[in-house]
Design a protein around this ligand. Structure first.
Ligand SMILES: *Cc1c(COP(=O)(O)O)cnc(C)c1O
Length: 403
């Protein structure tokens, strides 16, 4: 073994000993409520394909048609010569769906976070994050060079004291020109609880800060037009930067930022993950456009209703206090990393795939089984999951839901 590999071997061994080693689990089936892993059929409670669109024939046809018409690859970044009709159509479809002046699609949600935050903030500015925001936002915050402040999860009081400090700093240091950006998710990916968006909007307005909301786990699922939690709470037009992914409820791949026309123009000029990266393949853009149309259609409305039905079936059976559980993510927190792995393995032996989520995705000692429900699940699927949890006598807590 080379000295290099010996060193890596040590590091990998350390991960194994902490119950933190990860490896790929190749599927040999398409995405869906039933998947096959290593030849074994499993009932899948791990996907973010909330509305069951990832393998929808209309999305597959849209992807295929885009390949036939525009080829397999985009050939260059959007700003060079890669801005093809499927990309243009996707951007305008996102803006239309979200009801914003403009939108810009990125290759992934991760790239959208990196690009947008880096474009908006620099060394003189302040970025304020909820402790539980997604890694893409944490990485973006570090990379942009702004002063980083973190408030405890959904803690409005702590946020307010940080905003007071930032406001004072702005007046004394920069003649009022430093930007302050607060970033939160609307529905938190690993806890399934919601941010108090109305209160956060009021706070950022009080202190002249900007707000960016990542709706990765909420678009397609909340609000009369299924735009997300900001729509449901009536605050979408007071949020400066709305972010999301095209890889979850929309069933395709990519990320987006939407908001004012000037915001989008600035991103085209300044977002490095957009500028210095080849445009997504036409198939991905076309599938995403079709996914958004589906979410907006009556079929999307029906799928959404079916999903909430499954959520109610699962959460009310898990405990009477969960009647108003408001997300498709149901985390059963078991604590120790090894415990989570053990329960996940026991469920898998019974034909159920529920992933063990561990550090660094969540804090150490808060390992969990993260159940995600999809509109493609049936009531029978949920009953099977409940029966297995009961048989295994899993000891868990469900984090408190916010609204
Ligand atoms: C999945 C996710 C992302 C990243 O989106 P991708 O399109 O998968 O890169 C960003 N933020 C949150 C909250 C997510 O859950």
């Amino acid at each position: 073994m080379t000295a290099f590999d010996q060193e890596l071997q040590c590091r990998l061994e350390a991960l194994r000993q902490q119950g933190l080693f990860r490896e790929l689990r190749p599927l040999d089936s398409p995405q869906g409520p039933q998947i096959r892993i290593g030849g074994t059929q499993l009932l899948n409670f791990s996907s973010n394909d909330y509305l069951g669109f990832a393998n929808e024939p209309a999305l597959r046809r849209a992807a295929g048609a885009a390949v036939e018409r525009y080829g397999a690859g985009a050939g260059a970044s959007r700003l060079i010569c890669g801005s093809l009709p499927p990309h243009q159509e996707l951007d305008s479809t996102i803006a239309g769906f979200k009801g914003t002046e403009a939108a810009l699609s990125f290759a992934t949600g991760y790239a959208a976070a990196l690009g947008a935050i880096g474009a908006l903030l620099g060394r003189n500015d302040v970025i304020v994050l909820d402790r539980l925001v997604h890694a893409s936002i944490v990485d973006a915050a570090r990379l942009c060079g702004a002063r980083l402040r973190i408030f405890a999860h959904n803690d409005q009081r702590q946020l307010e004291s940080i905003l007071k400090w930032a406001d004072k700093r702005k007046r004394t240091n920069s003649g009022g020109r430093a930007a302050v950006l607060v970033v939160t998710e609307s529905v938190f990916g690993m806890d399934g609880d919601c941010a108090p968006l109305r209160e956060l909007v009021a706070l950022k307005e009080k202190y002249g800060a900007w707000l960016m909301v990542d709706e990765a786990h909420a678009t397609g699922l909340y609000g009369p037009s299924r735009r997300g939690l900001a729509e449901e709470l009536g605050v979408a037009n007071r949020i400066e930067v709305q972010m999301g992914t095209l890889g979850k409820a929309f069933g395709a791949a990519g990320g987006y930022i939407c908001g004012s026309r000037r915001l989008i123009e600035l991103l085209v000029n300044k977002a490095r993950s957009f500028i210095f990266s080849t445009a997504p393949v036409p198939a991905a853009a076309a599938a995403a456009t079709e996914g958004i149309r589906f979410v907006a259609s009556n079929l999307g409305k029906e799928r959404c209703a079916a999903l909430w039905q499954r959520v109610a079936e699962l959460t009310t059976a898990l405990g009477p206090d969960n009647r108003c559980w408001k997300s498709a993510i149901v985390p059963l927190v078991v604590g120790a990393e090894s415990k989570a792995l053990e329960v996940a393995a026991a469920l898998r032996a019974r034909g159920l795939f529920v992933p063990a989520i561990r550090y660094p995705t969540v804090r150490r000692g808060t390992a969990r089984l993260r159940i995600t429900l999809s509109a493609a699940h049936t009531a029978e699927h949920v009953a099977q999951l409940l029966a297995a949890l009961k048989a295994l006598q899993v000891n868990f807590i469900l984090p408190p839901a916010h609204a």
